[in-house]
Design a binder for this molecule. Structure first.
Ligand SMILES: Cc1cc2nc3c(=O)[nH]c(=O)nc-3n(C[C@H](O)[C@H](O)[C@H](O)COP(=O)(O)OP(=O)(O)OC[C@H]3O[C@@H](n4cnc5c(N)ncnc54)[C@H](O)[C@@H]3O)c2cc1C
Length: 418
């Protein structure tokens, strides 16, 4: 089979790329070794984080760093044996977390974030997935004045971008979420973000619409990608597919396919866990709630209340060590009447992370900096991949089709890594 484009990886990013290309009339095959939206895009906290213009930065003060090192910060964990290999990446991440660079990051990321709600809404309307989405924003809770003060630093720039946030007293927060217990001292409601009751369900719905438009979804191992003449080819369960162009949207697995072609990006992973819980006594949440110093988010999902953890630095394929889940579950039970666990095993996923915290969207470059004909990348969306999948799909489809891009792609160019 010969097509215009092969898209590798059917997470939210690859699925959104495939659908945007299909909407432009291309012939497209979307390949994954599993069904669409069954990996990282399944297990996240379900936030379309329109308001998250500031990154999850590397701690710059010694006290915060020591708390992580000593295992006293429930939001973070690490594997000792992964650290030596991570040193160059961590150093670059630390440098990118300097205050002046964070401001530059925020201004750059906002150019994508401002389209996040509209692009999800567009794909959701086309795919009949609107019922997964809810408004109501994102409630952040604080246990110390320092925590709240830190959050307040984000307000001025956020206001410049027209984002809405409001500080709430404990009683005001409880009026919004009556089943929370007052195990916090301050709160902020960010009104712009939306959230979903099943991020995997949303991704699968976008993929179904892609198929309904004539796109092909195939099972296959992307590591079998080869160059064929001036194009690309790989075998799938449905036979050989040849394409003029290929998009690598393999999230945390992108390196497995890129390295053999000499494309080297400093990709690491920030692992995270989730577990669903029943609610006791019919308790309800109507929006995601972040317990900032508790180090977790709870989100109402189709399967129950989903508790998602912060970051674990470890090798992508190392065994699961869900210590953060154990720690944060105990804290969360004091905040919300969580009942029994729904699953026997915690879910684990890997946020695909580049050290400057920006995704890589655009043409790939080879070992000497040369363009690799027809090889495009959409990877490294870190904490914001569910939010940014649809706008990434649009931006890349515009670039691949020679249209004027909606967003300046220059800061996201994979070539920035040399
Ligand atoms: C705990 C947690 C909470 C999060 N919360 C949020 C949130 O609230 N909001 C937000 O915006 N983001 C959130 N994120 C981040 C977000 O989930 C990711 O950035 C996003 O899902 C990445 O999407 P992706 O399409 O790049 O990767 P994936 O969804 O992982 O897709 C990659 C696909 O590639 C496939 N694949 C891999 N190897 C091969 C191969 N060899 N052959 C074929 N196919 C292959 C996989 O099966 C997979 O389907 C969270 C992440 C975690 C871990």
């Amino acid at each position: 089979m010969k097509v215009d484009t092969l898209v590798l990886g059917a997470g939210i990013v690859g699925t959104s790329v495939a659908l945007n290309l299909k909407l432009r009339g291309q012939t497209v095959v979307l390949v994954d070794r599993r069904g669409p939206g069954e990996e990282t895009s399944y297990g996240n906290a379900g936030l379309v984080e329109r308001a998250s213009i500031y990154p999850v930065a590397f701690p710059r003060d010694l006290k915060a760093l020591m708390e992580v090192a000593l295992g006293r910060n429930p939001a973070a964990n690490y594997h000792w044996d992964a650290l030596p290999g991570l040193v160059p990446w961590m150093y670059a991440y630390w440098k990118a977390s300097a205050p002046e660079r964070i401001l530059a990051y925020a201004r750059t990321m906002e150019t994508l974030l401002r389209h996040s709600l509209d692009e999800h809404a567009r794909l959701a309307a086309l795919s009949g997935a609107e019922s997964y989405f809810r408004e109501g924003g994102w409630l952040k809770l604080y246990r110390t004045p320092q925590g709240l003060d830190h959050e307040r630093l984000e307000f001025p720039l956020a206001r410049q971008y027209g984002l809405s946030m409001r500080e709430l007293s404990v009683d005001e927060a409880l009026a919004l979420e009556p089943d929370l217990r007052p195990d916090f001292t301050g709160a902020v409601i960010w009104s712009d973000p939306h959230s979903v009751s099943s991020p995997g369900g949303v991704t699968a719905a976008y993929a179904r619409h892609f198929a309904a438009l004539g796109g092909e979804i195939r099972i296959g191992d992307a590591r079998g990608l080869v160059r064929l003449g001036s194009g690309w080819a790989m075998s799938t369960a449905g036979g050989l597919v040849e394409a003029r162009q290929v998009v690598v949207a393999l999230g945390p697995w992108a390196d497995d396919v890129l390295r053999p072609f000499g494309v080297r990006l400093p990709l690491a992973v920030k692992r995270g866990y989730h577990m669903h819980y029943r609610s006791e006594g019919g308790a309800k949440l109507s929006r995601p709630v972040l317990d900032e110093e508790g180090g977790y988010v709870i989100t109402p999902m189709e399967l129950g209340i989903r508790l998602t953890t912060g970051v674990e630095f470890a090798r992508r394929d190392a065994r699961k060590t869900p210590v953060q889940l154990e720690r944060t579950e105990a804290i969360a039970r004091k905040l919300f009447p969580l009942g029994a666990r729904v699953e026997a095993e915690p879910w684990m996923g890997c946020r695909p992370a580049l050290p400057d915290m920006l995704p890589a969207i655009g043409p790939a470059t080879g070992p000497g900096g040369e363009k690799l004909n027809g090889l495009w990348l959409a990877i490294g969306h870190q904490h914001l991949g569910f939010t940014l999948g649809p706008i990434t799909g649009r931006l890349l489809a515009e670039m691949m089709s020679g249209e004027t891009p909606t967003v300046d792609p220059a800061p996201f160019a994979p070539a920035r890594f040399g």
